[in-house]
Write a protein that binds this ligand. Structure first.
Ligand code: NDP
Length: 289
């Protein structure tokens, strides 16, 4: 069987094209969607993530500012910045790049972002809206997964979607989205580290979402022939003395058995960034309504 490669670059390009019109409509009304990115400390991976995100905003003519704080910043100082940004009309979205230093309570900081600017979709109000089937800001990675499946005309209706990983950022929200009547309409199984006999479930998947953060964990023995595979993982590994990024799926092992597969890199990663842009545009639009 030929395994189709579901390119996140192609799908995100289609989204950016559709956003251009929405951005132009906002600019006609003197509104430029803006993102405030808060970066604490000097974590090299966080630097790259923030740079990749803000680069896209700039390319689309959107406003973006990075607020850099020292690793030693106090929780109160960080909270005070968030409260200022909540009130700043130039920013329709606020992103706090994780992880934060250990002395800061990340949950408290994320919850301080006003829910109407929570373009990451992590605030309890947005998580609650999603869980009752009335989503406002959907977390970017799961939203990107639904978009890429739609882009490549992979219909989830009636399919069995098996998700490995139950984080609030990826696993749990994609399991909810896939089960919603309007967005997925699939039958969903959510697996995690407490799941007994993971292969029993993963081998039933018509669509398998691997979001466990374990390099190349899922190989051919975990899937059934013809399954569509979504590889969310971003894992840095050392191979032959070189550092490289691999997913949670052993792509070589499943090639020729799966019907479709998102690559790593250039799969779900670009979709996540595209959805951050989309959520920020949506936030600006919601202000008008
Ligand atoms: P977390 O570490 O927060 O969650 C991992 C989940 O996987 C947990 O629910 C854990 O179970 C489960 N798990 C871990 N090992 C196993 C196992 N052997 N069998 C079954 N379940 C297991 O990770 P994230 O959700 O934040 O991220 C997952 C991966 O996706 C990472 O590689 C991350 O880098 C990547 N990622 C990629 C993004 C992108 O844009 N492409 C965006 C966000 C994340 P338990 O709850 O029991 O601990």
């Amino acid at each position: 069987m030929e395994t189709a490669i579901l390119s996140g670059l192609d799908a995100s390009k289609a989204l950016y094209q559709s956003l251009e019109e929405r951005i132009a409509r906002l600019k006609d009304q003197n509104i430029t969607p803006g993102l405030a990115a808060v970066l604490v400390g000097n974590n090299p991976a966080s630097e790259i993530y923030v740079k990749n995100k803000t680069k896209k905003f700039e390319a689309l003519g959107l406003k973006t500012d990075v607020f850099r704080l020292e690793e030693s910043v106090s929780e109160d100082e960080l909270l005070s910045l968030i409260l200022d940004l909540n009130k700043n009309a130039d920013f329709h979205g606020i992103l706090v790049q994780l992880p934060l230093p250990k002395h800061i309570n990340s949950e408290k900081v994320l919850n301080a972002i006003v829910s109407t600017k929570d373009v990451d979709g992590f605030h309890p109000e947005n998580a609650g809206l999603l869980s009752i089937g009335k989503p406002r800001f959907i977390p970017c990675t799961p939203k990107g997964i639904i978009f890429i499946l739609k882009h490549f005309k992979i219909d989830l209706t009636g399919k069995h979607v098996v998700v490995i990983g139950r984080s609030n950022i990826v696993g749990r929200p994609i399991s909810i989205l896939a089960s919603l009547k309007d967005l997925g309409n699939a039958t969903v199984t959510l697996c995690h580290s407490g799941t007994k006999d993971l292969k029993y479930f993963s081998k039933q998947a018509d669509v398998l979402v691997a979001a466990l953060g374990s390099p190349e964990f899922v190989d051919a023995s975990y899937i059934k022939e013809g399954a569509c595979l979504i590889d969310v993982g971003i894992n840095r590994v050392e191979q032959d003395g070189k550092s490289k990024i691999v997913g949670d799926i052993n792509q070589e092992s499943v090639s020729g058995i799966a019907s479709a597969l998102t690559p790593v890199p250039k799969g779900i990663g670009p979709m996540t960034i595209a959805m951050l842009v989309e959520n920020t545009v949506l936030s600006a639009e919601l202000l008008l309504n």
